[in-house]
Design a protein around this ligand. Structure first.
Ligand SMILES: Cc1ncc(COP(=O)(O)O)c(C=O)c1O
Length: 288
């Protein structure tokens, strides 16, 4: 060990502007990664910097609801068609809350995941199936998998259906397009089939749209014209810098078993990262 934590230390950034950032040595980079989708409008947009500054001058950590949340939720409702919203600090938190909602709504414990997924640093999603059984994906996650957790291959509707038919799964958590192991598109019929299997088994379908939400207005995956499948629960993060993160959860607890949940996280430019929300939408409705 030479004292370095990483064999290839990262660049250290000085500042960003528009589509570029500059490192501490003065090199300028064109950022095709847009901060993993969180800087989708570019860095340091003047108008955004202004409104963030104005809010900072009024205080950003109240621990109580602020009136501005109503305006934000209304804009989210208009864009995504979902009536109720809750913000979380990260998509990991949005997924954690979605799983809890599903457990309460169904009275079950199980979660179904798909190989190649990434749903954040939530311990119970950091498991893979190596063919012999479930194995933790990270050090420190633990050695005993959560009860009724299952991981099957993406696009394998029969395997998913077999798990759901056991009746022990509260939530299916899925990226509609796998984006954390390259890009793996859903095969024709996979997502609609999953939707049907969830409905049949009384399972909530949770769609993590961290990386797919911007592809189409209202998100790519839930658009019937995109994959022929409406209504999942989605997770999308990334708007505000950590100091200004908000939480928001939406739903209709009385009707939850009949509904899907969507967790969304939308990102903005230099408002940085992590604005997550989760919402519940009617399973029979459409999002077009
Ligand atoms: C699909 C997906 N879900 C969840 C996460 C976790 O997001 P966060 O770091 O905001 O918890 C990521 C992070 O890249 C992601 O790609």
């Amino acid at each position: 060990m030479d004292g370095r934590l990483l064999p290839d230390p990262p660049l250290w950034v000085s500042h960003g502007r528009g589509a570029t950032f500059t490192d501490v040595d003065g090199h300028r980079y064109l950022d095709f990664n847009v901060c993993d989708m969180s800087a989708i409008l570019g860095y340091a947009h003047p108008r955004l910097s202004q409104v963030i500054g104005e809010q900072a001058a009024r205080g950003v950590q109240m621990f109580l609801p602020a009136e501005s949340a109503l305006a934000v939720c209304e804009q989210l409702r208009l864009r995504f068609g979902l009536p109720m919203w809750q913000f979380t600090l990260s998509v990991s938190s949005a997924n954690a809350e979605a799983i809890r909602i599903a457990r309460v709504a169904t009275g079950r414990q199980g979660v179904l995941l798909f190989g190649g997924k990434y749903h954040g640093m939530l311990d119970e999603t950091l498991w893979s199936d190596d063919g012999a059984g479930l194995v933790p994906e990270e050090l420190g996650v633990g050695t005993v998998a959560p009860p009724d957790l299952a991981v099957v291959d993406f696009n394998d509707i029969d395997a998913a259906d077999r798990v759901l038919r056991l009746g022990r799964t509260a939530a299916v958590l899925i990226e509609g397009v796998l984006t954390n192991c390259g890009t793996v598109l859903p095969e024709a019929g996979f997502l609609p089939g999953l939707r049907e299997a969830c409905t049949r088994s009384g399972t909530l379908l949770v769609m993590d749209e961290t990386h797919t939400q911007f592809d189409l207005f209202g998100g790519a995956v839930c658009q019937p014209r995109c994959v022929g499948c409406h209504l999942q629960l989605r997770a999308t993060p990334r708007f505000l810098p950590r100091s200004r993160r908000r939480r928001c959860l939406s739903g209709d607890p009385g009707r939850l078993p009949q509904r899907d949940v969507r967790t969304l996280s939308a990102g903005g430019p230099d408002i940085g990262r992590a604005h997550d929300w989760l919402s519940v939408v009617p399973a029979a409705g459409g999002l077009s």
